[in-house]
Design a protein around this ligand. Sequence first.
Ligand SMILES: [Zn+2]
Length: 740
Amino acid sequence: MINRRSFLKSTAASLPFATLPAMAAPLSAEPAATSASLPLLAELPQRQPTSQTAGQPWQARVRRVGQTNMTEHDPAVMDVEAWADFWHQAGADVVFISVTGILAYYPSKVPFHRHGRFLNGQDFFGKCAEAARKRGMRIVARMSPDLNWPDALTAHPEWAMRNRDGSVEHNGEDPRLFRTCMFSTYMDDYVPAIMREVNDLYQPDCFYTNGWPPLGSMPECYCSVCSKLPPSGTPAYWHAFNERFFDLWSRYDAIARERKPDGFYFANLGGNVHAGPNLARLGKVAAWFQGDNQGRTNDDPAAWGATLQGRVCNAIRNGSFATNINAAYSTGLVRWRNASKNPAESLLWMSETLAAGLVPYDHFIGAESGLGEDHRWMSVGEEFFRWTQRHDAHLHNRRTLANVGVVIGQSTQVLYKGPATATGNSYMRETVHGLYELLLTGRFAFDFVHEDRLDLDQLRSYRVLILANIALLTSQQCQQLRDYVAAGGSLLASFETGLYDGDLQRRADSPLADLFGTAVAGDAIGTNGNACYARIERQHPVLQGFRDTHWLPGAQNRIPLRPIAEPVLTIVPGFVQYPPELAYPDPATAHTNQPALALQDHGRARCAYFAGDIERTYWLTGHGDLQRLYHNTLRWLTEDEAFVSVQGDGLLEFFAWETELGYSLHMLNYTNPNAFHGWMQATYPLGAQQIAMRLPAGVRATAVKLLRAETEVTFHQQDQLLQFTVPGLQQYEVASIVIA
Ligand SMILES: [Zn+2]
């Protein structure tokens, strides 16, 4: 009899290259995630001083936001008192009321601000504002500067966005409406005229524009102004877009303050990491970050859409106010904008928003449908809002507690389309989702970090920074990353990271290459048939749990590297996968000395570089070997340190916060057949989760409350180590750790 191992050895002996090394001895039966012993825990940072509530802007006290997004018909059919009653008794602190710009909801005198068909001279905005204010709710004046009507076009042809052939761009659904250009005088003259008129009449608390800027993409316009700009999609265009955007923002903000010193302007922002406006600049000017990420999309199909948006907000705001919108109506490729969404999905979206540290915001279109024809959504949002009201004291966060930093390469997201070998236009979206799933399945506590905020002070709490194919890095950013490593921080990078400068010019090699001990040997290589493999060359902790194989799956695309000494994993180049007769590597070239993974140990700082696009390949395949290798590598880089450990079964996302009362751990259960497609239809409860965290010296827990279950659990604290078990969770649970 011949067993599988001896078969491989005898086969190898007949091959012209050196015999295979001894199999990597098993380091343990299973990777650390499922072992009984807890990983080594780093101590939580010292608590921040008590927040000063005095002097905070009014929006900092807003805990719930409500919006019935008004239709043209609403002035005729909406019961204003019932509308205000609903949001007030649901606990909303602020409501949106439509001014618009497409249709006036008040007797506007601004030319081309068309009165709605059913306005009939009413002051609908004024009635709504009065009803909200007498119930103690603040009001946001909502505008839409993105569309207008034929009479405006006739008088101001320069306001329109133009196609390449010079024709006017119209709204795809109602072709009477033309699309306005953000570089035109429409934004300089028309929008400010409405703002000033509304300011004079109503003095709203703040102004908001819907429909602009575009979410997750750049405008493409060929009007007389835009024709003089660099082509859309280029670094120079992105620069021009940002200059125009922030100039308009500051002018609108100044108008919003003309009648109210604590007023401000804000716009719909979203697109998560693919946002158009520079996020780091936004973080400095946005008094209200409006995450307009209302539901799952085809491009972002995973359950974690609202937390992804929340993490982006957290990366760029310094405690400023932020919301994420829940569409209580049906979002998606097939859309029913006036029908309620599945309650489980709606609840999940609002739970994610709260878990990520943002303020929940519920939203439905039109009073006619939303307060009348289909009002199933109302009790869903109301129940959640009221629950947040009951436990509000536990929900005031100070800062996240995460020791893994994920660099958002916004310029890469906006400007880089993927390697020449890749197809499709979702390359970086897939990269982000692959990384996100890897971090969730590994139960890592992580924050996003913006590429323009890499100074050492921003990075001190992170044991490791992840650069998941962050192709564009400026020289300054590379120097900041080097400073981080010099200070003892670890890096994990992959694929084309650093191979382009900030202007999308290809470099010969990454300025970070020496940190990883690598040198680029050519352009990206893709897959034609069998993807490449990674061959195990020697034992290493990153290979923990791999047994009975020399080959691991590689990545779909890779950067060829020059040989390195004593690689852990080498590249086996891809070969034919069909026909199976030819599905074997060329014996002359199969055993290379090109690294698939390069590891460097600089003392406390460790660096790991994957030559392939491992995060995206994982997203496309879900291969467990890629997951194990990535988790092991992150644990090696962090020396298995974590502020918080959450162990148990299930696909779960968690956020750990330092709160006003102590600490909190928000857990979201994505273990569901609809985690990656469509909407949640039901909840599949999870079993026990074991929690451990090492509190700062002198801090003593006095209670652990489960806010969703509305119960307490016993806990054990020995010296600084706090441990407790959450016996199970439905869709969402918040463990609030109250301290003495
Ligand atoms: Zn234009």
